[in-house]
Design a binder for this molecule. Structure first.
Ligand code: PGA
Length: 269
């Protein structure tokens, strides 16, 4: 089954939700979505580090994939405060998110660091979700496309088409994320997804590049999810605030899934 036959829907809970809150959220989300075939939807949740172990004991990979919000590129060593791939593997995680806007802009992570992390994640068999996106200033200066291409080319340096089989990309414009963000229009997001997909094909070849899921994130909500998912180049939605209530997340999923099905019927792969 081709990777893009599925709809990708996930959330990063950022620095919210305690262990117990994460467990409750996952149990409710599982209950609400268990009738949906996992051949059709890839559902994933990225909780805080402290909740990961309990989260893994709460839901199985087939039902809800679990990921870490960050990871060190070294297996072990004198890196106080860091978490290694081996530690995440021990928990049984499926994926690692790399280069979220808040990591880049609050904690100063560079494309070179993201590259080390993506490489380590893929080498260890995780799905790597690389997040990219331009700032408001870059957008105003007319260099959004150049920024995205730079983040991809530097962040994915040395990654082979074979390794890219476990790569996902999230396009999250910095100006669209969080309480002060305003969502990108579906047209704008689709246009940037085209830029990203073209660059991925340049990097990995037509076939491998085309198969990499590209998700949109940044103020996704009940009001704009349907419009976004009808765009051909948007393979899924990566949602923050609007997904942190399982019932609301479920209602977003239910609203976009039929539209995604229709799109697939109409345009195929
Ligand atoms: P938001 O977060 O949906 O709350 O804007 C998106 C993100 O940071 O991934």
């Amino acid at each position: 089954m081709a990777r893009l036959d599925k709809l990708y829907m996930g959330t990063n809970t950022k620095m919210y939700k305690t262990i117990q809150e994460t467990r409750n959220f996952l149990l409710r989300l599982y209950e609400l979505t268990k009738d949906l075939s996992r051949d059709e939807i890839e559902l994933f949740v990225i909780p805080s580090y402290t909740a990961l172990s309990a989260a893994r004991n709460t839901v199985g990979s087939r039902q809800i994939k679990l990921g870490a919000q960050n990871m060190c590129w070294e297996d072990q060593g004198q890196f106080t405060g860091e978490i290694s791939p081996l530690m995440l593997k021990e928990i049984g995680l499926d994926m690692v998110m790399i280069g979220h806007s808040e990591r880049r802009h609050i904690f100063g992570e560079s494309d070179e660091e993201e590259n080390l992390k993506v490489t380590a994640a893929l080498r260890h068999g995780f799905t790597a979700l690389l997040c990219i996106g331009e700032t408001q200033e870059q957008k105003d200066n007319g260099i959004s496309d150049e920024t995205l291409r730079t983040q991809l080319k530097c962040g994915l340096k040395g990654i082979t088409p074979g390794m890219a089989l476990k790569l996902w990309v999230a396009y999250e414009p910095v100006w669209a994320i969080g309480v002060n963000g305003k969502p990108a229009s579906a047209e704008y997001a689709d246009e940037k997804h085209t830029v990203i997909k073209t660059c991925l094909k340049e990097l990995f070849g037509e076939e491998a590049g085309r198969d990499i899921p590209v998700l949109y994130g940044g103020s996704v909500n009940n009001g704009n999810a349907a419009e976004l998912i009808q765009k051909n180049n948007i393979d899924g939605l990566f949602t923050g605030r609007s997904a942190w209530d399982a019932d609301n997340f479920n209602s977003i999923i239910r609203s976009v899934l039929p539209l995604f099905r229709k799109r697939k019927e109409k345009f195929g792969q």
